[in-house]
Design a protein around this ligand. Sequence first.
Ligand SMILES: Nc1ncnc2c1ncn2[C@@H]1O[C@H](COP(=O)(O)OP(=O)(O)OP(=O)(O)O)[C@@H](O)[C@H]1O
Ligand SMILES: [Mg+2]
Length: 250
Amino acid sequence: MTKVIAVTGKGGTGKTAITTLLIRYLTNKDNLVLAVDADPDTNLPETLGCDVEKTVGDIREYMLSERDNLPPDINKESILESKIYEVINEMPGYDLLVMGRPEGPGCYCYVNNLLRGIMERLIENYDIVILDTAAGLEHFSRKLIHDVDDLIVVTDGSRRGLQTAERIRDLVSELDTHVGNVYVVANKVNSSNREKLKELAIDLDLELIGTVPVDEEIVNRDLVGTPLFDLPENSAALKEVNAIAKRLGL
Ligand SMILES: Nc1ncnc2c1ncn2[C@@H]1O[C@H](COP(=O)(O)OP(=O)(O)OP(=O)(O)O)[C@@H](O)[C@H]1O
Ligand SMILES: [Mg+2]
């Protein structure tokens, strides 16, 4: 059975950073891992240190533009499927699929319907699929993934951040995607607000699965533009994300 983990939360809270460090943890385990950058504003390849040339979005545009030029007797689903496999980036310890550009104007139903089936089959090839998503739930998983086992809501270390997490948890039942567990990770936390946040999470009945500290090394790497994937073992954020991964049973 494939375990699907999706990382969500408000803009700039650290979804991509946390996803990157979870992927790093997973690559040290004996699992087949598919990482999916489901944010049209693609960032995950950069933090992973992976050059990506083509995305699912590019293939979708190609299929739409070629739709009427393809011979009628040709199986369009198998063409699309083989093209999706071509844009999977094989990295050491994991594969990376980037969804890329959002849909432009026009009707994408035809190609999205094909994509849904392809994604379902693709996911079955892996033990763990982990998605970095765009902020907000409106385009959550772009309806391409039906079942998420663990939804990780990343918030900043503030009261309002936790209240947003509470709202996200309550909205989950209205999604087309079925979600199993909802966990909260408070990111960019410092020693003065950590205990208060834990108490607040209990009051709000949120399952706070980790509090990730502000990490100067992440700040530095962000400024220079170097990947987060190979943060040193003694990085405070990395240690906490590793602990979160263990709590998630990964
Ligand atoms: N624990 C941390 N310590 C210090 N800086 C962090 C930490 N986590 C994330 N950051 C920084 O915060 C900023 C936002 O992080 P990130 O891009 O991961 O957020 P995001 O939620 O994915 O954003 P977006 O909504 O734009 O996708 C980045 O500059 C990142 O380097
Ligand atoms: Mg991001």
